[in-house]
Unconditional design. Structure first.
Length: 407
């Protein structure tokens, strides 16, 4: 699984479900907490789902989730209840509007005042998030700064870039202190503006809701009362990517993450636009060659989704499991390894994905394994074949010391 708890990627349209108005109603959390961001239905007035901006309207050519003061989605599967109950947020966003409502300047509402791109709160809160200890949100009280509100205890505010500027916003809350940074395309990576505030005297965070698009009130309800209502506390802008984790990233991991976010969204630095393997939860395909020996211990498994890998030697002990993901049609997409040296296999259980549905030659050349004569084993099987084809039965070919399992 991913090594972060919450991961939203506005560029990954495959994680989104749209309604008839092309609004996102279900957004899969790619982080290890699982679940999906959905519309917050905890009150009668339900904010809409965000739309998606693409092409030139996105950020650096990538799609983004667009919020216009009336949209929000909430995730119910994340908590930070386990020790140390800290919080680390990395979010790429672009604020598009902030202004007072000319008709109600006395109350200070309007387009973005006191709104927040995200709120990490509680489903059992008894008041709005600015009055609840142990929750956190950004309170955009002015056009030029981003104070972080921890239930009435504010951190020092970071300076806000100009409207329409893409930024990476960092929020780290740990050990009764808060660290806030804002980075844009023109920011020097060696001198990122930061604000730190310690001795906040706030309670440990107790979060079980993550909302994007606006703030929360009592019982995890969205602070939205209808379109253009002056007491809304919603947000006007675009969310490109958001990552939340309870445990801090390692130094190397954070460097990889920031290099990825900078290149993908700000087009700066020398990083890759491909997310790190530890973020996706899928290990990177290793680089192998004729000098590489693959040795697998008893009880281990291997998922093979890449092209045929060249090896210098292949050794397995005891029983191991191989899963081969192939195109299901082309024989040449099936071979796992081209071994230039020694092969010594114990029991190998091989599961093709997709399962072979008809007789196919799977493009093995030469001796698969040096060993005794092959036998076909299974219910009602003999040395020539099987007399019963039953989808609930399994058969396998078995030379002495080696087991290849097919379903």
């Amino acid at each position: 699984p991913s090594q972060v708890d919450v991961w939203v990627d506005g560029a990954d349209l495959s994680t989104m479900t749209f309604d008839a108005d092309n609004r996102v109603t279900n957004l899969v959390n790619k982080g290890s907490a699982g679940g999906s961001f959905v519309r917050n239905t905890r009150k009668a007035a339900v904010p809409f789902g965000p739309t998606v901006k693409e092409g030139a309207d996105g950020i650096n050519g990538n799609p983004v989730l667009a919020f216009d003061g009336n949209e929000a989605l909430v995730l119910n599967s994340y908590t930070n209840y386990t020790s140390p109950r800290n919080l680390y947020v990395y979010i790429v966003k672009r604020r598009m509007k902030w202004e007072l409502n000319p008709a109600d300047t006395a109350n200070g509402a309007g387009h973005g005042k006191w709104g927040s791109p995200f709120a990490l709160g509680s489903a059992t809160a008894t008041a709005s998030d600015e009055n609840v200890k142990g929750v956190i949100h950004v309170s955009e009280g002015s056009a030029t700064s981003y104070p972080v509100d921890l239930g009435g205890t504010a951190s020092d505010a970071a300076s806000a870039p100009a409207l329409g500027t893409a930024e990476i916003f960092y929020l780290f809350n740990a050990s009764n202190g808060c660290y806030v940074l804002v980075e844009t395309e023109t920011t020097s990576t060696t001198a990122v503006p930061a604000k730190t505030k310690n001795d906040l005297n706030c309670e440990p965070l107790a979060i079980d809701l993550v909302q994007i698009g606006g703030r929360l009130m009592a019982n995890g309800q969205p602070q939205w009362y209808g379109e253009e209502k002056t007491n809304n506390r919603m947000w006007y802008g675009d969310i490109a990517e958001m990552i939340v984790t309870t445990m801090p990233l390692g130094h190397h991991q954070e460097n990889e993450l920031l290099a990825y976010l900078r290149k993908k969204w700000l087009n700066k630095g020398s990083g890759s636009t491909t997310p790190p393997a530890w973020l996706t939860g899928m290990p990177a395909t290793p680089a192998t060659d004729a000098d590489t020996a693959l040795v697998m211990a008893d009880g281990t498994s291997l998922a093979h989704e890449a092209a045929t890998q060249t090896l210098g030697a292949l050794v397995t002990d005891g029983t191991v499991d191989w899963t081969r993901v192939w195109d299901g049609v082309t024989a040449g997409s099936f071979p796992l390894f081209a071994v230039n040296g020694d092969v010594s296999l114990g029991t190998v259980r091989l599961a093709p994905e997709p399962v072979v549905t008809q007789a196919k030659v799977l493009d093995w050349t030469g001796d698969l394994v040096n060993g005794a004569a092959w036998q076909l084993q299974g219910e009602r099987a003999n040395s020539l074949g099987v007399s019963l084809r039953d989808n609930q039965k399994s058969y396998w070919i078995n030379p002495v010391g080696t087991l290849l399992f097919f379903r």
